[in-house]
Design a protein around this ligand. Sequence first.
Ligand code: 9MR
Length: 384
Amino acid sequence: MGWGPAGQISRRAALLGGAASLAAATATGRHAVSASLRSEPGAAARLGLGDIAARNGIVLGASFAVHELDTPYGAHYAAAYLADVRSVTSELSFKMSVLRPTAGVINLDPADRLVDFAARNRLKLRAHTLVWNDDLPDWIHRLGPGEVELLLEAHTTTLMERYRGKVWAWDVVNEPIAPWDHLPGNLRKGPFLTALGEGYIARAFHLARSLDPTALLVINEAQTETDDENGRVFRTSFLALLKRLRAKGVPIDAVGLQAHLRSDRRYDFAVFKGFLDEIAALGYAIHITELDVNDSAFPADEKRRDAAVADLYRRFLTVVLAHRAVTAVTFWQLADHTSWLTYMARNESPNSRRRPRPLLLDDAFKRKPAWFAVESALKEMPPR
Ligand code: 9MR
């Protein structure tokens, strides 16, 4: 079980092959937002989610894929972000698979384009991710340990020097835990672990801190939310790792918890709150980094499905937003048709009439019950 890129090839191909025209990004701005809001009756009277969150001390964001700007709905895509978020996370463009598709080549165009979009629109940028033992191009798997060490150093240095002052938070290490690899500490196997042992994590953070003393440095993990054996193993293993890193003085500012929630899993958010308490007790801030709801086990009927998705968002956020250590919440995209779950479903079952509805906006960028559930949770949260 993993978060591999299965079924996502067309999406990455679109990104890599895209003519990286800046036209769509530069054409977006406050004008695009107001145009979109005018088209939605009553919308102008409501604050965006990012504004409500900011009033309560939360940075609200969503992952962003620059190639979506090149689609026929590109201007609406940008407008949706400007209306509702204060930060964007790079969903693809800062990954080694995109930046370094072949040995000796670095493709910075998509990352530059995202940095430019964020800067023009005064959005904070979460850069995802520097070091991840998954989703790597094949050539990295063929390197020897010494070369992997050099790659970690060169990659971190190139990116952090280039974007210093433009990135608000770096997911320095992504998903260090993978119990199915059966390694000590339940650490995820991969080239960086093989080359440097657990020390790859400390190495990356120390280097990152020396390159950018002001950006927030984040360690990001998946699958910690469920009330089942898998969730328990992830929580215990990740917490043990955080304690070891804390004891060694590794410079980590915040812990990222992805929160890809699923309709086919059990949740007890009181248990999850206890986990947040333990992270906070170690002195870390907490970012919710990839929130969405896989609705595959909810009813086929769209009204009932939307209500169930909204309810799961509400239950989760009520607990999370009440926790003082939580300072940022990021959704994994905003609109259903741009979700990784939709891209995957389209690839896996192109003829299915049922499409995932995991996010806050529908395919026409209209607000869904989930949007209003998030709005209420943000309005009702205790201010910081
Ligand atoms: O949503 C992303 C998808 O489009 C990519 O194909 C995939 C591999 O790069 O990564 C997805 O994002 C993942 C994130 O980087 C890490 N946590 C799990 C996310 C969903 O798979």
